[in-house]
Design a binder for this molecule. Sequence first.
Ligand code: CUA
Length: 343
Amino acid sequence: MKRLLAAAVAALVASPLAADAPMNWLDPDGPVAQVQKDVFMVTFWVDLGIFLVVGGMLLYAVIAFRARPDDDGSPPEQVEGNLRLEVSLMAVSAVLLVIIIVPNVRGIFYSAAPPADAVTMDVNVIGHQWWWEVEYPALGVKTANEIAIPTGTAVVFHLSSADVIHSFWVPRLAGKMDLIPGRVNEMWLQADRPGVYWGQCAELCGVSHANMRFRVVAMAPDDFDRWVEEQSAAAATPAPGTLAAAGAEAFVQRGCIACHTVRGLTGAVGIIGPDLTHVGSRLTLAAGIVDNDDAAMAKWISDPEAIKPGNIMSAQGPMYMDPANALSQADVEALVAYLRGLE
Ligand code: CUA
């Protein structure tokens, strides 16, 4: 038990210091996360000071005034009504409160909206059990589970939900904000350097809550413009006779189109699941759970329940509900070839 406890404490202390901790909010990489961390640190140091002073005095009193064998049991000399002491205690408390309040209020206003002179961009994010729908209203781009943003731009997120309450969290870029059905919450963040930032749903939203992740990919503005151009294009049509062409046909015939949109593929206009027009260009599958490669795509298509328990595809897709409709090995291979080619 002692050894287990020691291991737990060591892990807790070491985790924020680990070099490969992609969700370490103590290592901020954007102005919003930096301001929020600064507020935390000021509060932390003030609280630590109070704890040491109060705890120290308590410890001193407990040791210095402990019961002794020759005590006669009568109460010690009583002290009351020291005006100077009481006023100075109130003054110290007030000063400490001001030290905490000033950066807090400043941080609240800073986090609420980007500075007036900032370059801004709007992104809509809609939470689903258990994935993220992403829209760029001004750019005509729609994607899922991966949010490309240009560096040096204040990205304003308009957050809502299609089902239950979720929470949008990119620890190294900003604090959390809930996605609530029937309303739109706003928050903003900014990345100053190109990089891949991990995101995670931070509100218990069902069995696969822990599997509801995403990535924010910060790119230099030129790279972002190129990304927008690629994402705006319709999906590539595979050459006739190829495995990918067979996959496109299976995508239509087996009913994938009922839930997924692939712009450029006739009939593929479903909106229940993620837009797959450029799924091949994404870093991950199943909302940040597995890397996007052939093996993972094959596993996801053939047995989604194994990767993300409770997902709607395995619960409501006809090919997963009834063994008579199950995808054949050939179907899976063709679908992998088609979808991985949608870059
Ligand atoms: Cu969505 Cu937890």
